[in-house]
Design a protein around this ligand. Structure first.
Ligand SMILES: [Zn+2]
Length: 480
């Protein structure tokens, strides 16, 4: 903790230096003199660090690379600020001084002699050895070590370098799984185009009563603390002394205990949510070949007072990020609107408008008569945009009724359904020779049963008429 505090002082010092520098430069520019304007760089701040360390004994005990990393963080913050300015964003600010409670981590930028893990122990230079709950094997080459204080515990975060091919499982050309599209929502977190629903428990909602009770108690304790402080100030004023500021008053043990209690509930909620998000991503990655997900901002939901709590509880964006990291290139971002037709949830697969409010959960099309669950239909509209087909699960008649303005007659009965169309992948991992291709008959299991051992000698059945050669690029339309 003392080291963390020293780094926090250093960080705020460096930020202040930058602020002063910017102010001076501004003054120079306004005067319009010939004097050259020079902004502080990371290298300048590296130099300043040794000066800080000379004055601050706490800081001099911190490992030199950790100290330098503080300057890196400040520099990165400024970079992000300038990038945002370049992009024309207006409500951005450069890094500013922060409170100690916001500064919670130290980074060793080089894994090695200064920081390493061995025998379930974490060794940090200048700090010593720590017992580590070593729950995960590190894959790849470790690069940096960060220790972070979060939710009442110290966590160790190791970043490692790893090749993409070792993380993301690529799909083979002969993969016979279906493609799917996903519509996200607040009622059911995700619904895919084949009608499958993913509805993890609403972690916050289930803990809300517990949380409310704990937070109420905490809030009362903070109020009591403030009152106590006011009394102290009054007493000090009467006796002519100076009372300490409220933020310098130490927390009582009772207050600390209560803070920990609230934090524990929040941690629990976060972990439940995280577990189910990861599980969903795993299931989907196993089940489908490619996945298209509607891209839309979730900000509007958070801003909406009525939706904010549920939307935050669902954490749609987090789920999407996890899907992306799990699926890699198998993840496709889809637009949430069809050009000249309209929003995915406000139109039908046939292209007719089907306006709905948020509370309407069923889709009923007045033109083609399609009836279905709202999210299911939306997911199939995404499927039309990306893969050019709808799922059989959306009632077979509905599949036949799929039209794409003027193409309906030409395409009817041509295999518009996902189940029969097997478009080639846009990418392929390791291409295998066609002889070794898995022997499938239109997705049906072959009579041979075991397809693993004798692939090479089994005769190859003729391809499905719709199948595209796997080197062609599929543009989201049924071939032909
Ligand atoms: Zn319709």
């Amino acid at each position: 903790m003392t080291r963390l505090r020293a780094c926090w002082r250093l960080r705020n010092g460096l930020v202040r230096d930058r602020e002063n520098n910017r102010r001076e430069n501004k003054a120079i520019r306004q005067q319009g003199t010939e004097a050259k304007v020079r902004y502080l760089t990371r290298a300048d701040q590296y130099k300043a660090i040794s000066e800080y360390a000379r004055r601050d004994t706490g800081l001099s005990l911190v490992h030199s690379q950790v100290r330098q990393n503080v300057a890196v963080r400040v520099d990165e913050g400024y970079k992000r600020f300038f990038d945002a300015l370049k992009k024309g964003q207006t409500d951005v600010h450069p890094p500013k001084c922060i409170e100690l409670k916001r500064y919670r981590s130290l980074t060793y930028p080089q894994y090695g002699s200064a920081a390493h893990i061995g025998n379930s122990k974490l060794y940090l230079s200048g700090l010593g050895e720590f017992k580590l709950y070593d729950h995960r094997r590190i894959k790849g080459k470790p690069k940096t070590v960060t220790v972070k204080f979060k939710q009442g515990r110290w966590h160790c975060i190791v970043t490692a370098e790893i090749q993409e091919k070792d993380v993301i499982t690529r799909v083979r050309c002969d993969d016979d799984r279906l493609d799917a599209c996903i519509d996200t929502g607040l009622d059911k977190l995700m619904t895919d185009s084949h009608g499958e629903e993913y509805d993890p428990p609403k972690a916050w909602y289930d803990h809300r009563k517990q949380l409310r009770k704990a937070q109420k108690k905490l809030s009362r304790q903070f109020e009591a603390r403030q009152k106590k402080h006011e009394a102290m100030v009054a007493e000090a004023r009467a006796s002519g002394r100076k009372a300490p500021a409220l933020k310098d008053m130490p927390y009582s043990n009772r207050l600390r205990r209560q803070i920990r209690k609230v934090a524990t509930i929040h941690t629990k909620i976060e972990r439940i949510r995280d577990y189910h998000h990861k599980k969903n991503a795993d299931v989907i990655a196993d089940r489908y070949r490619r996945l298209a997900v509607e891209e839309h901002s979730v900000k509007f939901m958070i801003r909406n007072r009525r939706l904010a709590k549920v939307a935050s509880d669902r954490a749609i964006h987090k789920q999407k990020l996890l899907l992306q990291s799990k699926l890699g290139k198998r993840y496709i971002a889809a637009p949430n609107i069809r050009e000249e037709i309209g929003g995915n949830s406000q139109t039908c697969t046939c292209g007719a408008p089907a306006p709905k409010e948020l509370k309407d959960r069923m889709h009923v099309c007045p033109v083609c008569g399609l009836v279905g669950k709202r999210d299911h239909v939306s997911a199939n509209i995404i499927s039309i945009i990306i893969f050019g087909c709808v799922s059989l699960s959306l009632a077979p008649e509905a599949g036949q009724a799929f039209v794409r303005r003027g193409e309906d007659e030409a395409r009817r009965g041509e295999g518009l359904l996902c189940e029969s169309v097997r478009p080639a992948l846009e990418f392929s991992g390791k291409r295998r020779s066609p002889v070794r291709k898995r022997n499938t008959a239109g997705g049906e299991p072959t009579t041979g049963g075991d397809t693993r051992v004798h692939d090479r000698v089994r005769p190859v059945l003729p391809r499905e008429p719709q199948a595209v050669h796997h080197e062609e690029v599929h543009h989201g339309r049924a071939p032909g």
